[in-house]
Design a protein around this ligand. Sequence first.
Ligand code: AMP
Length: 214
Amino acid sequence: MNLILFGPPGAGKGTQSALLIERMGMKQISTGDLFRAAIKNQTKLGKEAKGYLDAGKLVPDSVTIGLVEETLGEMGDQAFILDGFPRNVPQAEALTTILNQLHLKVDKTIFLEVPMKMLLGRLTGRRVCKNCGATYHIESKPPKKDSICDVCGGPVVQRPDDKEDVIRTRLEAYETSTRPLKDYYKAKGPYVEVDGVGTSDEVFTRISQALKSR
Ligand code: AMP
């Protein structure tokens, strides 16, 4: 089953993708992760994208769409979750073209709904492992040992774009560019909205139920 998972920054897309991978065997395509890896490895893509990520702005469509086209082209028959792509209507339209060319289809688009007022707290408190990407929260899910990843022992840090001023820009980008995708996918279908408030297991149960519905 191929899925699109979208929603505001801090809605829990990364956490839910990790659970879908673990429990349903899908492969995640996270444009945010791909950009961060490219920045770490100082590739041409990383150099192009860095300024946008640092500022909390969307990377230009020409760069992002090319990256997704290449990644989807390498997927073969593997079921996938698109996490963080598309993030605006032009990207959604480009995705339709790419999927048609590759004879692939998306089975369901899931919108993860979290009220705006909760997002700032989720994002400013979020911490991630620099090595394996495991996510934590300083209040609701701190690592067992301070700043050390429970999974791999790597350093647990704050993402540079999880600082409050950058978060505000990211939330603005969401409001302006990504939120309109709700109407786009509602009209296009199959589309489902899932309440993203609760523990990760509660949200995962809702997603699993939504995937069974037609
Ligand atoms: P994320 O990890 O999904 O929160 O994405 C982090 C950052 O990567 C965003 O703030 C953007 O700068 C960039 N990014 C990720 N996905 C996209 C996309 N589909 N289009 C443009 N920029 C993106």
